[in-house]
Ligand binder design. Structure first.
Ligand SMILES: *Cc1c(COP(=O)(O)O)cnc(C)c1O
Length: 496
């Protein structure tokens, strides 16, 4: 069966999967969503015997119906190969009374690799299918991890260029070093004097700039997005929730049909939305626990139905979650509103112009009672890293710790003892300073990179290749600009 995609703000704008992947953001500013969420018609027990790549094919082939089997398998096998440091791709680690789904075994040791290692292949295949002659210019705003993962995915891929904007003072030292040392003649990295939301808004503006689009076209370029708004990012993330459930079943940790909860450290709402898609495909997931840091706009939304971005913005030790506008939430809003594009567009206009919108509480309770929002303060996050380390000898990163802390608060509050999978979104080696401070082993005299040696001893794990590589790498990208100079910088890079 053919599955099509429509914009959340205009259902008349129908696209095939490959068209939606190429387009990224819809012309009306909306996000592409499937007209329905397909059912997973393969028994869980059977999925439990499959490799990650095989499960990926079962899931993605239900969504990307205009890809041939050969095309899709080529994309999957090119993405999930020895770039990952474990053949399992996404291992589950039992610690305490939860299962940590480690999504950080790819090239940049954070979960964005799960989708960004396949996106370039999906995009090139989509371009070929749609007779695109232009070079594709990936334009991305990053809160730290997307940038490097996208750069690593697209570096030296023929027919593409990639331009990444990051908040100059809003990413960790290691994140910054990973980006500014990126190799590849088609890669460009630019720091902005602003925060992530400003970078993201600047990128969205360029996507909607008709004059820029014409100039690009004349020069043989077109924009596409690697941000989590691209449907080609979202769908590959559904895979690991299916995989995790199937593995738990296969290893006898749960029984056929038994429900699990998932807890996801959330920023732009892509990862947890993927879990919701998995649930709607038929994976027995009961509650989706949406964990935020001190920037707890989503916690308030799930409690009250009001999304209000007019609030202070905090820089925290989990920078990839320092977000006030969770773009992917628009897809959930559209689902809650039964696909009503006019209403979705209205609410998003309110968000842009007035800074907030509200969904009536009855609708919230009726449609998404399975979501639970919670948040962890900086102190709670640090205490959780320490507690998990002391209780289990397992070192988790700051983002995972937010989820882990919120999960424990949830259990305390509700008494719900359902088996729980916690999405572990980054390696502790990526946020070494905060992690070592939390477990009381900070060594201020050492640099962040030097501190990874100490972490290696403490955690009794090997330093990942991603860290070893950047230690002596040359800094190749030095451009810094103001927020309103972003279009100018892009024009300079592309010579238009
Ligand atoms: C991006 C990111 C998140 C947030 O994921 P979303 O899909 O944006 O909600 C959480 N943790 C880490 C380490 C990340 O890189």
């Amino acid at each position: 069966m053919e599955l099509n995609y429509v914009s959340t703000r205009n259902r008349a704008d129908q696209k095939t999967a490959s068209e939606a992947i190429l387009q990224g953001l819809a012309p009306d500013g909306g996000l592409y969503v499937p007209t329905e969420i397909p059912k997973l018609d393969v028994p869980m027990a059977k999925l439990g015997e499959m490799t990650y790549q095989e499960v990926a094919y079962e899931v993605m082939s239900r969504f990307f119906t205009d890809f041939t089997e050969e095309e899709l398998k080529h994309c999957i096998n090119s993405a999930y190969d020895s770039k990952f440091d474990t053949t399992e791709i996404a291992p589950l680690v039992a610690a305490g009374d939860a299962y940590y789904l480690e999504l950080f075994h790819g090239k940049t040791i954070a979960f964005k690799d799960m989708a960004l290692s396949i996106l370039p292949y999906l995009m090139i295949t989509s371009a070929r299918k749609n007779q695109i002659k232009n070079d594709i210019v990936i334009l991305t705003a990053t809160s730290g991890d997307t940038g490097k993962a996208a750069l690593a995915g697209f570096a030296d891929v023929p027919g593409t260029k990639i331009i990444v904007f990051y908040p100059k003072d809003g990413v960790s030292d290691i994140q910054k070093r990973q980006m500014v040392t990126q190799k590849g003649d088609n890669t460009f990295v630019v720091g902005i004097n602003g925060n992530f939301d400003q970078a993201q808004t600047g990128v969205k503006k360029m996507f909607n700039d008709a004059e820029m689009k014409n100039d690009l076209d004349a020069a043989g370029f077109q924009f596409s997005s690697a941000n989590s708004i691209n449907i080609g990012r979202l769908i590959p993330q559904v895979v690991y929730y299916v995989f995790a459930y199937a593995r738990l079943l296969n290893s006898g940790e749960i029984e056929e049909g038994q429900k699990i909860n998932v807890t996801v450290p959330t920023g732009n709402f892509g990862n947890i939305l993927a879990a919701y898609y998995a649930k709607n495909m038929g994976v027995p997931i009961d509650r989706l626990i949406c964990a935020s840091n001190k920037n707890n706009v989503l916690t308030d939304f799930f409690a009250s139905g009001t999304y209000d971005r007019r609030r202070d913005f905090y820089l925290t030790m989990s920078p990839s979650m320092d977000i006030l506008i969770s773009s992917n939430l628009e897809r959930l809003i559209n689902l809650i509103l039964d696909g009503d594009d006019k209403k979705t567009a209205e609410e998003m206009k309110k968000l842009a112009e007035e800074g907030s919108y509200s969904i009536p509480k009855e609708i919230l309770d009726q449609k998404i009672a399975d979501f639970y929002g919670g948040f962890a303060s900086e102190e709670e996050t640090a205490a959780e890293i320490k507690a998990v380390y002391e209780d289990c000898g397992y070192v988790i990163d700051t983002h995972t710790a937010v989820a882990s802390a919120v999960y424990k608060k949830y259990v305390d509050k509700t008494g719900d003892k359902t088996s729980t999978v916690i999405a572990s979104t980054a390696s502790p080696y990526k946020f070494t300073r905060s992690v070592m401070q939390a477990i009381g082993q900070d060594r201020p005299e050492l640099s962040d990179l030097e501190l990874t040696d100490v972490l290696s001893e403490v955690a009794n794990t090997e330093i990942p290749a991603a860290i070893v590589e950047i230690r002596d790498a040359e800094v190749r990208h030095k451009t810094i600009c103001e927020v309103d100079e972003m279009p100018k910088v892009v024009r300079e890079i592309l010579n238009i």
